[in-house]
Design a protein around this ligand. Structure first.
Ligand code: AMP
Ligand code: MG
Length: 343
C-alpha cells in the first residue's frame, strides 16, 4: 500500500523479478527498482536510460504524495480531514479519478466502494495492530461508507464528504491509475518497449526484445505459497495484467484468514470461492477496478458479466484449485503447477 519513500534506483543486467519471466535472455534488459507505495517497483527497459528511470520513479512518488491515505497529508487526506465540514478543491486529475471511483461504486450490486476507508482503517489488515472488530464496531462504521454522500462539483473541482468520519480510500485503484500515467510518460519519452511492475500491477508496453519473442511473460502467483511460486504464465503484449488476491495482505485469527478486500455490504472480508482474480486489459486502472468488481461477483456471475465487456478478460483462481479463463483474446496462458487444473 501507500507508505515509505524512494529508496534506490538500481541498475542490473538480465535481472528478472518475481512474477515476470524472461522468454529468453539474448537481449540486455536494464532493470531499475525502487520501493514506493510500500511496494517494490520494477521498471525494465532495453537501453540503459537512468534519466528515464529517475523520471518514472519521480512521477510515481508525486502521484503517491497526492493519493496516499497512509500519511497525514495528501490531496486525499485533505478531503478526508474536511469530512462533514467543507468541500475541498483538488487538482483536475484527482477529481477525475474520484469521479470514476464514485461511478463504479454506485453501479448496481458493485462491491467496489471507495468510501470504505473507515472500515479499512479499523481492520488495519496487513498493518501493525490488525484485529477483528466487534460486530457493534462494524455496524457503527458501515453508515460512513456511502459513495452517494460524496458530493462532486466539476466546476469548482471540489469534493465534499457529507458526513463527519467519512474517508475516501483509493487503494483499490491508485496503482492502476499510476501505472497508466507511467505508460504515458514512457511514451512521451519515445520508449515503446518496456515493462513496469507496481507491486503486482504489471503494465507492458509493446513487445519485449528477447530474441523473436512477441510477448512478455507475466507470472500468475500461486496463492499462499513461496513468493516466487507460480501457477502459470500469462503472455501479453502492450497490455495490463492486474491481480487481486486474498493472499496478498491478510492476518489469521483462530484459524480463520482475514484478507484486505472488504465486502461493503457486511464490513467483513469478501468470502466466496475465489483466491484471486487477474484482469487483462488495455488500461491498468480498468484492471484494478475490475479485479475488485469481479471478485465480488464470484465466478458464475463474473463470467456472464464479462460477455458484455469484451475488452476486459479475466483469470479466476478458486479455493478448489481451478483456474478459469473468461476468454483468451488478448493473452495466452500456460499452466505450470500440478496443484491447479484448467477448468
Ligand atoms: P487491490 O490490491 O487493488 O485489490 O486493493 C485492495 C485495497 O483496496 C485494500 O487494501 C483497501 O485499501 C481497498 N479496499 C478494500 N476493500 C475495498 C472495496 N470493497 N472497494 C474498494 N476498495 C477496497
Ligand atoms: Mg484493485
Amino acid at each position: 500500500m501507500f507508505a515509505s519513500a524512494l529508496r534506490v534506483s538500481a541498475l542490473a543486467f538480465n535481472h528478472y523479478s518475481t512474477g515476470v519471466i524472461p522468454m529468453s535472455s539474448v537481449e540486455r534488459v536494464y532493470s531499475y527498482s525502487a520501493v514506493l507505495m510500500g511496494s517494490p517497483i520494477l521498471l525494465k527497459l532495453f537501453e540503459d536510460n537512468q534519466q528515464a528511470a529517475q523520471a518514472v520513479f519521480h512521477l510515481i512518488k508525486q502521484q503517491e504524495d497526492m493519493l496516499t491515505v497512509n500519511r497525514a497529508h495528501s490531496q486525499l487526506m485533505t478531503i478526508n480531514h474536511a469530512a462533514g465540514l467543507h468541500p475541498v478543491v483538488v487538482s483536475r486529475p484527482v477529481f477525475e479519478l474520484i469521479s470514476k471511483a464514485k461511478t463504479v461504486s454506485l453501479m448496481q450490486d458493485s462491491c467496489f466502494n471507495f468510501t470504505i476507508g473507515p472500515l479499512v482503517k479499523r481492520w488495519k489488515i496487513g498493518f501493525h495492530g490488525d484485529t477483528v472488530p466487534s460486530p457493534a464496531e462494524i455496524q457503527s462504521l458501515l453508515p460512513l461508507t456511502r459513495p452517494d454522500q460524496v458530493m462532486l462539483d466539476p466546476q469548482a473541482c471540489s469534493v465534499y464528504l457529507a458526513q463527519a468520519g467519512m474517508e475516501i480510500d483509493l487503494g483499490a485503484i491508485a496503482k492502476g491509475y499510476i501505472a497508466d500515467r507511467v505508460r504515458d510518460l514512457l511514451q512521451q519519452m519515445g520508449i515503446h518497449q518496456a515493462l513496469i511492475n507496481l507491486g503486482g500491477n504489471v503494465l507492458t508496453l509493446g513487445t519485449p526484445r528477447y530474441g523473436d519473442q512477441s510477448a512478455w511473460g507475466v507470472g500468475l502467483k500461486k496463492p499462499f505459497a513461496a513468493p516466487d511460486a507460480l501457477i502459470g504464465i500469462i503472455e501479453v503484449a502492450g497490455k495490463s495484467v492486474v491481480t487481486s488476491g486474498i493472499y496478498e495482505r491478510y492476518f489469521e485469527q483462530e484459524g480463520k484468514i482475514y484478507h484486505h478486500i472488504l465486502d461493503p455490504e457486511t464490513g467483513y472480508p469478501l468470502d466466496n470461492e475465489l483466491l484471486s482474480v487477474t484482469v487483462i486489459s488495455d488500461d491498468s486502472v480498468d484492471g484494478d477496478i475490475y479485479t475488485t468488481l469481479l471478485y465480488g461477483m464470484g465466478v458464475k456471475k463474473a463470467l456472464h458479466y464479462l460477455t458484455t465487456v469484451p475488452h476486459i478478460e479475466a483469470i479466476f483462481v478458486t479455493r478448489t484449485g481451478q483456474v478459469i479463463l473468461s476468454s483468451q483474446r488478448q493473452f495466452r496462458f500456460t499452466l505450470q503447477d500440478s496443484d491447479y487444473q484448467l477448468a
